[in-house]
Design a protein around this ligand. Structure first.
Ligand SMILES: NC(=O)c1ccc[n+]([C@@H]2O[C@H](COP(=O)([O-])OP(=O)(O)OC[C@H]3O[C@@H](n4cnc5c(N)ncnc54)[C@H](OP(=O)(O)O)[C@@H]3O)[C@@H](O)[C@H]2O)c1
Length: 318
C-alpha cells in the first residue's frame, strides 16, 4: 500500500507541485484577489525568517499589515525583519524568539503576546523534517514537537484572542506529502518500528490537516484552512531532502510561488467565502485523500488526536 500511495503521489506531484504546475494553475487565479490594504490587521507567522514563511511575511508587510515574525534564532529573525522592512517600507514588523519545538516556550509566548497585541491571522508555517530520531529537552520527538504539538499549542492558546478579532483566520502550512499517510494516534512520537523522518513528517502533516478540520467544526467564528505550497526551493528542502533537491531543482517553485496560497488564504475576501476547515493547493480546495489509498480515519480516531494532544499540551502549560 505504501508503494502505491508514494508512486501515485509522486506522479501527481510532477504534474501539480512543480513550477510548471503552479504556472498552469495561476492562469486561473482572479487577478485582483490580493489587491487589499491590510493596515490595522495583525498577522502572526511562525518560521518567518526563511522560505515560504518569509515570503508570506513580505507580501503581508507590502500590503500594510502588522507582522509578527515568530522565529527560534535571533540573528536570522532580525536579518529577515530588516529585509522585509526595507523592501516594504513598513515599520510594523516585530520579532519574537520562540522555539516551536518547546511546548513551554510556545505557551509562554502565546500568553505574553495576548497581553499586549491583537491577532487577526495566525499562520502556522514553521516546520521541520528531522531524519534521525531526536528528542527535545522536554522529552518529545522533534518532528512531532515542532510540527504537531507546537502548532496545536500555539493555535489553542491564541483561539480566545482570535475570537475577539474581526475576520479571524488560521492557516496551517501542511504538505501534499500527508496524502501518503493515514492518521496514527498510537505512535505519535514514532517510538514503535524503524524511524523514518520522511514518514514522520508526512504523518505530522496529516495531523495538521485533521486538526484544521476539527478546529473548524469546534470554532465557527474563526476561518481555518490547511494548505500545500507545492514543491518550493527552500533551505528545508535543500537540507532535509538533498537528493530530491538535486534531482528536482530546475522544476521547483520559487519561495514566492510556494507562499502564494498562504497569502491568498490569509488576506483575500475570496478565501474567507470558502467553507472553514478545508485543504488548499493553488488557491483551490482539494481532496485530502488519494483514490483507493485507505487513508481515511473515523470521526472517533480524529477526535482521539485532539484528546491526546490536549492531555500532552496541558502537561507543559505554565
Ligand atoms: N518547500 C517545500 O517544498 C514545502 C513543501 C511542503 C510543505 N512545506 C512546508 O512549508 C513550511 C515552511 O518550510 P520552507 O520550505 O519554507 O522551509 P524553510 O525555509 O527552511 O523554513 C522553515 C522555517 O521553520 C522554522 N523552524 C523550524 N523549526 C523551528 C522551531 N523549532 N522553532 C521555530 N521555527 C522553526 C525555520 O527556522 P530556522 O531558519 O531557524 O531553521 C524556518 O524559518 C514548513 O512547514 C514545511 O513543512 C514546504
Amino acid at each position: 500500500m505504501s508503494f502505491y500511495r508514494n508512486t501515485i503521489w509522486f506522479v501527481k506531484g510532477l504534474q501539480e507541485y512543480t513550477k510548471s504546475g503552479y504556472e498552469a494553475a495561476a492562469k486561473h487565479f482572479a487577478p485582483t484577489d490580493l489587491d487589499v490594504n491590510l493596515s490595522g490587521r495583525s498577522f502572526v507567522i511562525t518560521g518567518a525568517n526563511s522560505g515560504i514563511g518569509k515570503a508570506t511575511a513580505q507580501e503581508i508587510a507590502n500590503r500594510g499589515g502588522t507582522v509578527h515574525l515568530v522565529c527560534r534564532n535571533k540573528g536570522r529573525a532580525e536579518a529577515a525583519k530588516d529585509e522585509i522592512v526595507e523592501r516594504s517600507s513598513n515599520q510594523n514588523v516585530h520579532v519574537h524568539i520562540v522555539d516551536m519545538s518547546s511546548a513551554r516556550q510556545v505557551w509562554e509566548f502565546a500568553s505574553n503576546f495576548m497581553l499586549n497585541n491583537t491577532v487577526h491571522v495566525l499562520v502556522n508555517n514553521a516546520g521541520c523534517m528531522v531524519n534521525q530520531r531526536e528528542v527535545t529537552e522536554e522529552g518529545l520527538e522533534k518532528n512531532f514537537a515542532t510540527n504537531t504539538l507546537g502548532t496545536y499549542i500555539l493555535t489553542t492558546a491564541l483561539i480566545p484572542a482570535l475570537k475577539k478579532a474581526e475576520d479571524p483566520r488560521v492557516i496551517t502550512v501542511s504538505s501534499g506529502g500527508m496524502l501518503t499517510q493515514k492518521l496514527d494516534t498510537d505512535n505519535l512520537q514514532f517510538e514503535k518500528g524503524t524511524f523514518d523522518g520522511t514518514m514522520a513528517y508526512a504523518q505530522n502533516k496529516r495531523q495538521q490537516v485533521i486538526l484544521t478540520e476539527q478546529w473548524a467544526s469546534q470554532h465557527k467564528e474563526i476561518h481555518f484552512s490547511s494548505m500545500h505550497p507545492g514543491w518550493a526551493d527552500t533551505p528545508a528542502v535543500q537540507l532535509s531532502m538533498p537528493s530530491f533537491h538535486a534531482k528536482m531543482q530546475s522544476k521547483l517553485r520559487t519561495e514566492a510561488m510556494g507562499a502564494d496560497t498562504t497569502v491568498w488564504l490569509a488576506v483575500s475576501a475570496a478565501a474567507a467565502k470558502q467553507p472553514s476547515g478545508l485543504f488548499f493547493q493553488d488557491r483551490k480546495a482539494v481532496a485530502t485523500h488519494l483514490p483507493l489509498a485507505s487513508t481515511k480515519s473515523t470521526p472517533q480516531e480524529k477526535e482521539r488526536l485532539l484528546t491526546v494532544l490536549d492531555e500532552l499540551a496541558l502537561k507543559f502549560k505554565p
